[in-house]
Design a binder for this molecule. Structure first.
Ligand code: ADP
Length: 452
């Protein structure tokens, strides 16, 4: 491979530029009018503007991105995460134009992108799923019958959902009838697809996901898990590896199930199998993400494997150089997502200009970010501006290092989630590894906002 188009922005675009540079591959950045000053545009070998600020008119315009790819004569497109990364039509168009899509085949995206079909597929492969409806439910009567059969509480989820949006919880028939219609309306508005399905709502679960690598020669391995239980409104805030909850035995079982799920999708490239795990250690598949994830660095830091480079090598047709038995988890890593939001004002977005910027460093610290002093965060995109990752021999070292690094981080001019992270990293519930998906809500309820 000689040249790759990066169909994304922000830190992930920069992450891909870095991997390409180390592999000796040229990069083409595409950017919106709002991202002229962006670091990925400045650091890529070439750059083409593809439209106005709004994502729908730039980073989501498959036609413009493919035209840019053709004009600049690239071999492949890396979609990053979000935007077109899980768009089967886009992957399909790349395939038809003989441009390699760095990700799975469009058929795998289609299969796993529809959450109901995905559950059905992995269930047939023997992977446990959350009890729920067989596919989407259409009418209120049918939905109500299904909810009663599953037993309350239930969660109503959009077939086309993503990013924690389009989910509603109901505890009885009356609230169910209301939430069913709200969920359908929201799904229609957010995803242009109003279909929903129903699952049992697992109480206080842990969100534990497995990183998969699969080459084009049929080999599938996993690189262990990430615990992503620290979430706010179903959106991840902190991720770590290994999970403080898993025993070696459960890790082995879940890893095997994750590989089976990926094999059932005839998967190729990097992907993630997400599970919910209850207190008793029962685990249930919830979905597969058919792309690189935001939280991939924690896996890189515990295994020593560069996932973005592996994505490119797999897309080039290379065989995975490891068997499952070669993979070992060598240390502990934790990631904090730093968002331009004001945690004291209900996480209101806080775009604007960064007057002063100083990123932490030192032993065991990694910062993946596209921002710098003087940079203006545009209001049009995701609010994540940096990922702070720390690692060490033990979980305790990683936590102490994170607290130290958060204390060094200076971002002036805007509000960020750094003070919230600092508070969490001294909280006994989190520090003892006891956080489940309800943790952040519970933490916020008992913590005065003037602490952050
Ligand atoms: P998305 O694709 O929007 O991220 P997921 O299916 O991955 O949606 O779920 C996101 C989060 O929502 C999970 O990590 C978990 O916190 C919560 N969740 C989803 N399904 C259930 C369920 N059946 N029971 C309890 N919590 C759930």
């Amino acid at each position: 491979m000689q040249k790759i188009l990066i169909a994304n922005r922000g830190e992930i675009a920069l992450r891909i530029v870095r991997a390409c540079r180390e592999l000796g591959i040229k990069t083409l950045a595409v950017y919106s009018e709002a991202d002229v000053e962006s670091l990925h545009v400045q650091l890529a070998d070439e750059a083409i503007c593809i439209g106005p600020a709004a994502g729908a008119q730039s980073y989501l315009r498959a036609d413009r991105i493919i035209s840019a790819a053709e004009i600049a004569d690239v071999d492949a497109i890396h979609p990053g995460y979000g935007f077109l990364s899980e768009n089967e039509d886009f992957a399909d168009q790349c395939e038809r134009c003989n441009i390699k899509f760095i990700g799975p085949k469009s058929s795998s995206i289609r299969l796993m992108g529809d959450k109901a079909t995905a559950k059905d597929t992995v269930k047939k492969a023997g992977v446990p799923i959350v009890p729920g409806s067989d596919g989407p439910v259409e009418t209120e009567a049918e939905a109500l019958k299904t909810a009663k059969r599953i037993g309350y509480p239930v969660i109503i989820k959009a077939v086309a959902g993503g990013g924690g949006r389009g989910m509603r919880i109901a505890h009885n028939d009356v609230s169910f009838a209301k939430e069913f219609h709200v969920a359908r309306g929201e799904a229609e508005k957010a995803f242009g697809d109003g279909r929903v399905y129903i699952e049992r709502y697992i109480q206080n679960p842990r969100h534990i996901e497995f990183q998969i690598l699969a080459d084009s020669h049929g080999k599938v391995i996993h690189l262990g898990e990430r615990d992503c239980s620290v979430q706010r409104r179903h959106q991840k805030l902190i991720e770590e590896a290994p999970s403080p909850f898993l025993t070696p035995d459960l890790r082995k079982k879940m890893g095997k199930a994750a590989v089976k799920a990926a094999e059932a999708a005839h998967y190729e490239n990097a992907g993630t199998i997400e599970f919910l795990v209850d207190d008793a250690g029962n685990f249930y598949f919830i979905e597969m993400n058919t792309r690189i994830q935001v939280e991939h660095p924690v896996t890189e830091e515990v295994t020593g494997i560069d996932l973005v480079k592996q994505q490119i090598l797999i897309a080039s047709g290379e065989k995975l150089p490891w068997d499952q038995s070669d993979i070992s988890i060598r240390r502990h890593a934790i990631e904090c997502r730093i968002n331009a939001e004001d945690p004291a004002r209900n996480f209101a977005p806080s775009p604007g200009t960064i007057d002063l910027y100083y990123a932490p460093g030192g032993h065991g610290v990694r910062v993946d970010s596209h921002v710098y002093g003087g940079y203006t965060i545009p209001p049009y995109y995701d609010s994540m501006i940096a990922k702070l990752i720390t690692f060490g021999e033990t979980r305790r070292t990683a936590i102490e290092r994170m607290h130290r690094a958060l204390g060094e981080y200076i971002i002036r001019g805007i509000k960020t989630t750094i003070p919230l992270h600092r508070a969490i990293f001294t909280d006994p519930v989190f520090c003892q590894g006891k956080a489940t998906t309800g943790y952040v809500q519970e933490f916020l309820a008992r913590t005065p906002t003037d602490l952050f």
